[in-house]
Unconditional design. Structure first.
Ligand SMILES: [Zn+2]
Length: 422
């Protein structure tokens, strides 16, 4: 082969391979079926908590994960949100447990394990006792020793059911009210179209009513919910959705002028190196923004540099690693398209396995507005085992003006939240 022919052959190969690469860059091969599955970890026993505040008593069976239908552990964040430090013990440890508590809650799972004598002993240590029971409480004494007893009707289960929505018969998320056909979204956890428009946080009201009843009996210090002088707290978060550093910064600068700071959830695509410079990341941080993870459960283009001949779904841990390589240690997530997958327990187990501590995926997608899950307060979802996930869910109330959100709706939500609901 002469030198000239060799050059022609090499050039032809370059042209052909360039054409092939360009073709696949525009029509990437979907390799998702070869993608490794996400790791997942079932919750362990939650930490016992700090002595000196409220005390929750749960049944040993719940701790042994034998009672997935019982949400006794939902009491933990109900109490922590309202009264601060909360500790929990098993009902069979009650006789050995000592020390004063402000408020003792006997969960529904433990209510049948505890007799009148145990209640009397508890009353010598607590200012007030709350018993969570199923149905009528006619058989319960109104007092144990000096401490008043308040009976509530299946409160933790009712609150947990509202906060976590409706699961299918096999604990699955079935397609219901969400509008994206390929996505199991939070709206698919709602029971009826009425639940799509919720100004009234009914789960929070159940708790607020109990706290008001306790207040009429004894004075228990309450946790200040907002900074002194403020009637509320407003959490603002943005999904970056691959808009890149320049456009995100224009938003953050506007917010900084108003004195606000926000969280931005970044899609960790392979193009992050291109769409966000180091200087832009530094500038976002200087403006007070918290850059976190926008978990993308759909296939993303992949390859080398600007040539991306295939696409695949990346594991959550890999997506977190992509951010880490840019100096972003994400511990918070909102999932792209609010895509929960078909198994709610698995969703939170996957977040936990990847090191995510706070999630903000629960909220309206296209159709809904307001307190879809009955609460504006953070909570730890109850796993199918009955144990609480270590991941804290922070629900949100609206995105953009979808679901018919306008200024008047938001004004009502703010006013009611400050004056009545919380
Ligand atoms: Zn998104």
């Amino acid at each position: 082969m002469t030198r000239r022919v060799r050059i022609v052959v090499v050039l032809a190969c370059v042209v052909v391979s360039g054409g092939v690469l360009r073709h696949f860059d525009q029509h990437p091969i979907d390799l998702t079926r070869f993608a490794p599955a996400d790791a997942s970890v079932a919750p362990h026993e939650p930490p016992r908590g700090i002595a000196g505040g409220a005390l929750l008593v749960v049944s040993p069976e719940v701790v042994a994960r034998a009672s997935g239908a019982d949400a006794s552990f939902a009491w933990l964040d109900i109490l922590e949100n309202e009264y601060g430090a909360t500790r929990w013990i098993r009902a069979d440890e009650l006789s050995r447990d000592a020390g004063a508590v402000t408020l003792a809650v006997v969960s529904r799972s433990a209510a049948s394990d505890i007799d009148a004598r145990a209640l009397d002993r508890l009353a010598t240590r607590a200012l007030v006792i709350v018993i969570d029971v199923d149905g009528s409480d006619a058989a319960r004494p109104a007092h144990a020793g000096s401490a008043p007893i308040i009976a509530v009707d299946d409160l933790a289960n009712r609150v947990a059911r509202r906060r976590q929505g409706l699961l299918g018969s096999r604990q699955t998320i079935d397609k219901r009210l969400g509008r994206y056909p390929q996505v199991r979204e939070p709206e698919d956890l709602l029971e009826s179209p009425d639940s799509l428009d919720r100004e009234f946080p009914d789960a929070d009201r159940l708790v607020a009513d109990l706290a008001a009843r306790i207040d009429t009996l004894v004075a228990i210090p309450r946790l200040a919910m907002h900074p002194a002088g403020f009637a509320g707290t407003f959490l603002m978060t943005h999904d970056e959705d691959e808009q890149g550093g320049a456009s995100t910064l224009s938003l953050l600068r506007r917010e900084a002028e108003w004195g606000g700071r926000s969280t931005v959830f970044l899609v960790p695509s392979g193009r992050l190196w291109e769409s966000w410079s180091d200087a832009e990341i530094a500038e976002a941080r200087r403006l007070g923004a918290d850059l976190e993870l926008h978990w993308n459960r759909f296939a993303m283009p992949a390859g080398v540099w600007k040539v991306e001949p295939y696409k695949t779904v990346y594991r959550l841990s890999t997506q977190r690693e992509t951010l880490r390589r840019r100096g972003l240690e994400a511990t918070m997530n909102r999932t792209h398209y609010l895509h929960l997958g078909s198994d709610l327990s698995e969703f939170f187990r996957t977040l936990d396995a990847a090191g995510i501590e706070v999630d903000a995926t629960f909220g309206p997608n296209r159709a809904g507005r307001g307190h879809l899950f009955g609460t504006a307060r953070p909570f730890h979802p109850i796993d199918r085992t009955g144990l609480p996930s270590p991941v804290m869910e922070v629900p949100f109330q609206t995105q953009e003006d979808w679901g018919g959100v306008d200024e008047a709706f938001l004004a009502r939500l703010f006013r009611q939240s400050a004056d009545v609901d919380h």
